[in-house]
Write a protein that binds this ligand. Structure first.
Ligand code: PLP
Length: 377
């Protein structure tokens, strides 16, 4: 299998697997006072120290969670509950469903939501955010990197506006953490969500950064774990493996980034040359080096995806959690594509484990598949 669906999830790094399996045998509860419990507590604290150090934030501003979705839910719902005077939310139309579903839920509770439009390349204009801010705005949520397009959003500019207007800013950095250098001592972000399985860590693990001074109502009630932000016994193996994977990813970042982008560019150029009516989507100037989102005019994404799968190539037709449904991508629709065009959307996303030989194979197979499908159409 040639795995080109790394924005959906990434393979577990060997280093993370070792840490995970080792920690599985350490069965102490980090809240227990005996030596086994204290050993577990030490491991959780060390993991927190490592991740916080890499993000340049105080350790106590980091909350371990079960992943991106939980971090986002905790930040968004926790910002507005209990409902009060601050009852307006700003989100972009191209956010991940975990953000958009929270926005819809809050709307049902009476929070007014501004859904910011994007242009034909899926870009977000920070000035439009500024214009949307009201005295009662309680949160702005904009992602760092779009999971479908790879677009990199102007987080610094948005954060500066938010800070200036004293509105908390949540950044969904699920596609950026572990893939880009993020220095939160310099970036004006108040809440940031990340997920381990996007940077070669285990699934079901993530974190939420909460800038000191930002108030959030906890959604998980119970024990005092995570300083009351997230009750529940800590998932020690996942936390330890996530910290290891995060460190490992950042250590190799520069070298990996260059290699991955070179492979993606080769794939993109090769496909544009070989396939007539191959259209690349997104902001080509500000795009993650691992992502290629495109359509091939006249060919439905789902049928292409199945043919690729049969040929041993794993890709995606949009957000992974939406696969199985034939709804066209909300991101491509927001960019102004017709339903038919959006239904043709396909995504290749690469990681450090992809090779030149794999890209060569896709460059050979995909044009043949297109010819075959077009011949019978
Ligand atoms: N946000 C973005 C941009 C994502 O790509 C994803 C996962 O695909 C999530 C949030 C949800 O993360 P998790 O799978 O850890 O719940």
């Amino acid at each position: 299998m040639i795995y080109l669906d790394n924005n959906a999830t990434t393979p577990l790094a060997e280093e993370a697997r070792e840490l995970y399996t080792q920690a599985l045998c350490e069965y102490g509860n980090a809240s227990s006072v005996h030596a086994l419990g204290q050993a577990a507590r030490k491991r959780v604290n060390e993991a927190r120290e490592r991740v916080a150090g890499l993000l340049k934030i105080p350790e106590l501003s980091l909350v371990f969670t079960s992943g991106g979705t939980e971090s986002i839910n905790a930040a968004m719902l926790g910002s507005f509950l209990p409902l009060g005077r601050k009852n307006h939310l700003i989100v972009s139309q191209v956010e991940h469903s975990s953000v958009l579903k929270c926005a819809e839920f809050l709307e049902k509770l009476g929070v007014a939501v501004t859904y910011l439009a994007v242009d034909e390349e899926g870009r977000i204009d920070p000035q439009a955010i500024e214009a949307a801010i009201r005295p009662e705005t309680g949160l702005i949520a904009v992602m760092f990197v779009n999971n479908e397009l790879g677009n990199i959003y102007p987080v610094k500019a948005i954060g500066e506006i938010a800070r200036d207007r004293r509105v908390p800013f949540l950044c969904d950095a699920v596609q950026a953490a572990g893939r880009f250098e993020i220095d939160l001592s310099r970036l004006p972000v108040d809440l940031m969500a990340a997920s381990a399985h996007k940077f070669h860590g285990p699934k079901g693990a993530g974190f939420l950064y909460i800038r000191p001074g930002i108030e959030l109502s906890p959604l998980h009630l119970g024990g005092r774990q995570e300083r009351g932000h997230r009750a529940g016994t800590e998932n020690l193996p996942s936390i330890v493996a996530m910290a290891g994977a995060f460190e490992f990813s950042l250590k190799n970042l520069l070298q990996d980034e260059r290699r991955i982008q070179r492979l993606r560019d080769r794939l993109e150029t090769g496909l544009v040359e070989r396939i007539p009516q191959f259209v690349v989507h997104g902001d080509l100037e500000h795009r993650s080096g691992n992502t290629l989102n495109f359509r091939i005019e006249g060919i439905p994404g789902e049928s292409m995806l199945m043919n690729l799968d049969l040929a041993g190539i794993a890709a995606s037709s949009g957000a992974a959690c939406d696969s199985g449904s034939i709804e066209p991508s909300h991101v491509l629709l927001a960019m102004g594509l017709s339903r038919e065009q959006a239904s043709g959307g396909l995504r290749f996303s690469l990681s450090r484990y992809n090779t030149d030989a794999e890209i060569e194979e896709v460059l050979k197979v995909l044009p043949q598949l297109v010819e075959r499908i077009r011949a019978v159409a």
